[in-house]
Design a protein around this ligand. Structure first.
Ligand SMILES: [Zn+2]
Length: 93
């Protein structure tokens, strides 16, 4: 970890010296980007389909694993998903 921080600090050397805090924040952003295999925008375009499959019990998790994974990691999209699911379930009744 320290090594990576040092390397990033070196990479930014022409500019200002970065504090550890800034570098750690930067690493965290990179980590999040890697963890989410699809962007929130990508997910959004397929969320309708995912929720519809879920409501129709068509194994949405297996058919669209990336979406399921993203929903696990991203609280924003997961909120959106819950809301959409609630709407769909209500309209069915
Ligand atoms: Zn998201």
């Amino acid at each position: 970890m320290k090594k990576i921080i040092k390397r990033i600090q070196n990479a930014f050397k022409p500019r200002e010296q970065l504090t550890d805090e800034v570098v750690l924040k930067f690493l965290k952003v990179l980590d999040n980007a890697r963890a989410e295999e699809m962007s929130c925008g990508d997910l959004f375009m397929q969320l309708d389909e995912f929720v519809e499959r879920e409501v129709n019990s068509k194994d949405a998790e297996k058919l669209m694993p990336l979406i399921h994974e993203h929903l696990d990691l991203c609280s924003e999209c997961s909120d959106e998903y819950e809301a959409l699911l609630a709407v769909l379930e209500n309209t069915r009744e």
